[in-house]
Ligand binder design. Structure first.
Ligand code: SAM
Length: 188
């Protein structure tokens, strides 16, 4: 993506069992919508495995890390920190400012699971709301990334993909890497 901010997503909190699907969807949404990295809690191993497996099959670049020391991450982050929260400033008000700042510094996007400690609000350069209504970390992450990248992430190229979905009006078509090349050469 031209001139696009480099984004890592930090997922705070994970309740094994209850949050497994949500944490997995955080990672998959981060990957699909242009972030280059997700940092998940130590006890989110199922989500880590799924996100790595999807990246292996459908391409990258996308890194999946596990780390519980989120306070150190926030303190040591050499870039800007955006915390997504219903209590923040509307994305439609501060989005342009964040995008400008993200042109020269990597962006750490922080999202919660349950109650987020107050020091996160203080550590953030921006507390950003996607509406001031309660909803979901996956929805807020998706809308925020789309605003940040201004839709460019929808046309991402994927490197080292083993398989690729061919868009169709009906049905499903997936091509494997070798098959893909034959099609590109016109002899498939
Ligand atoms: N009750 C929790 C609290 O007080 O922090 C919020 C739980 S919510 C299900 C989980 C996460 O979704 C939040 O930490 C936040 O990152 C995100 N979220 C929910 N609604 C949001 C909104 N309107 N705008 C931005 N992020 C939101």
């Amino acid at each position: 993506m031209d001139d696009a901010p480099e984004v890592a997503v930090l997922r705070l909190g994970h309740r094994p069992g209850r949050d497994d699907r949500m944490t997995t969807h955080v990672a998959l949404t981060a990957r699909a919508l242009g972030a280059t990295r997700v940092i998940l809690p130590d006890d989110a191993s199922d989500a880590v495995d799924t996100a790595r497996s999807v990246t292996e099959r459908f391409g990258g670049p996308f890194a999946v890390e596990q780390d519980d020391s989120w306070r150190a991450r926030l303190r040591e982050w050499d870039g800007i920190v955006v915390h997504l929260t219903m209590y923040g400033e509307p994305v439609q008000t501060v989005g342009t400012e964040v995008r400008e700042a993200g042109r020269t510094a990597p962006v750490l996007v922080v999202i919660g699971a349950e109650k987020v400690p107050f020091d996160v609000y203080e550590a953030a350069d921006w507390n950003v709301a996607v509406t001031n209504q309660p909803h979901s970390e996956v929805a807020s992450l998706a809308v925020f990334l789309d605003r940040l990248y201004q839709g460019q992430e929808l046309d991402c190229e994927w490197a080292d993909a083993e398989r690729r979905v061919v868009p169709r009006a009906t049905g499903k078509r997936v091509v494997e890497a070798g098959e893909n090349e034959r099609h590109a050469d016109g002899d498939g």
